[in-house]
Design a protein around this ligand. Structure first.
Ligand code: HEM
Length: 387
């Protein structure tokens, strides 16, 4: 019997949307396993979420009938596709791709006029994420704007729960991928030409990947890239603008950047949540949950849990990195983490080279992004440049 008499909270209320971090902190303190009509169960505590991540028999990832590779899969199917995609994020590929990321961020920073105000999300974070994504896949620059528009529509449809819009958006992305595949087929593309061509030659269960499978793989990469990477860039740069002692320390010791990036993104997570569904009745935090119930794992909250992170709001480089759930844990741990880490480091290093100082603009406050996005929808900052 499910323990659900009424909603414990409203995930789409004005208060939650206005300041997601504060709202999730409040939930973790007062109702860490919470039911809502919209999302069913939400988990806010690090220990409850860790339990779910390591028990895929009880907490399935097959949360929808739509194909989602490998996010929406359980073992043994999940393992087959994981095995296929992991090499795309191998260290040698990351090393080879790093100079392209640097080139992209330097080109964007060079367009910023000296000593000026920057709208960080629109001028730097989003264009960087989409250009990197196209460079990674071998896609043309004519797709920059359509992909940004697609990602916005996708976020909006997820927020409003508009299923018809979601289907249309999925079809739109599939048409785009099919075009990319067709161009390569006509050009006689070979493996090694680019990642999109490589995927055309991949095999599962002894046969080539179908268009639907390639589309699903690329859709999940695109969401990881355009949604989460751009949110992460906004969060990182905003944090440095607001915490001058941290900015100063990292400028003096840039070798601290890799650990600092993961720590800042622990304090302010760029990804809100992922889902599971129960396969049998369970009890979590004293709440009884039936089989077939949806569970949302709130990453932002888990990483701010004071039971695991002493003074969770403090920036500290001596924390145990294995507790940080930024990239998840267990079999679904983010395969794109090496790419994400390399891209974020490239941005931060280039920003430090290009600027002497970054500060917030008092008269133009940042505007928080609303669920399902995290970070900022608008982030005006002042760059003091080195030119
Ligand atoms: C700062 C950036 C990123 C963050 C914080 C992040 C975070 C995460 C997290 C927490 C998960 C686990 C989801 C779960 O357990 O349900 C995940 C999975 C995943 N991420 Fe990322 N991610 C990022 C960037 C990327 C990028 C750049 C890509 C690909 C280009 C990517 C591709 C994926 C895929 C395919 C999965 C599903 C893995 C599976 O189900 O086995 N992510 N990510």
């Amino acid at each position: 019997m499910t323990d659900k008499l009424r909603s414990d909270w409203d995930p789409r209320s004005e208060g939650v949307l206005r300041n997601q971090r504060a709202a999730y902190d409040e939930m973790r303190e007062h109702c860490p396993v919470a039911y809502s009509d919209i999302m069913q169960w939400s988990l806010f505590r690090h220990r409850d979420i860790t339990r779910v991540l390591h028990d895929e028999d009880t907490f399935s990832s097959v949360v929808s009938q739509h194909l989602s590779i490998p996010n929406g899969m359980d073992p043994p199917e999940h393992k087959v596709y994981r095995h296929l995609i992991e090499p795309y994020f191998a260290p040698a590929r990351m090393d080879a791709f790093e100079p392209s990321c640097r080139e992209i961020i330097i080109e964007l920073l060079d367009q910023v006029p000296a000593q000026s105000d920057v709208e960080l999300m629109a001028d730097i974070a989003q264009p960087y994420a989409v250009r990197v994504q196209c460079a990674f896949l071998g896609w043309p620059s004519s797709l920059y704007d359509p992909l940004v528009q697609w990602a916005h529509k996708n976020t909006e449809a997820t927020r409003t729960g508009d299923r018809q819009a979601m289907s249309e958006i999925a079809r739109e992305f599939e048409a785009l991928v099919v075009d990319m595949l067709e161009v390569r087929r006509q050009d006689g593309a070979k493996p090694g030409d680019d990642i999109t061509a490589d995927l055309m030659y991949e095999k599962v269960w002894g046969r080539p990947l179908s268009h639907k499978e390639i589309t699903s793989i690329l859709r999940n990469w695109t969401v990881g890239e355009i949604g989460t990477i751009s949110a992460a860039i906004g969060i990182l740069v905003h944090y440095l603008a607001k915490h001058i002692e941290v900015q100063k320390r990292l400028r003096e010791q840039p070798s601290l950047l890799p650990g600092a990036i993961d720590e800042i993104l622990r304090i302010h997570g760029p990804l809100v949540a992922n889902r599971r569904i129960t396969t049998c009745p369970v009890e979590i935090g004293g709440r009884k949950i039936s089989a077939g119930e949806r569970i949302s794992l709130n990453w932002i909250s888990a990483n701010r849990d004071g039971d695991v992170f002493d003074s969770p709001n403090s920036f500290r480089l001596d924390r145990d990195p294995t507790e940080n759930l930024l990239y998840g844990a267990g079999i679904h741990v983010c395969p794109g983490a090496p790419l994400a880490r390399m891209e974020l480091l490239a941005v931060m290093e280039a920003l430090f080279e290009h600027t002497e100082w970054i500060e917030a603009v008092a008269e133009k406050p940042a505007i928080n992004a609303v669920y399902p996005a995290s970070g900022f929808s608008s982030l005006p900052l002042r760059f003091t440049t080195t030119q």
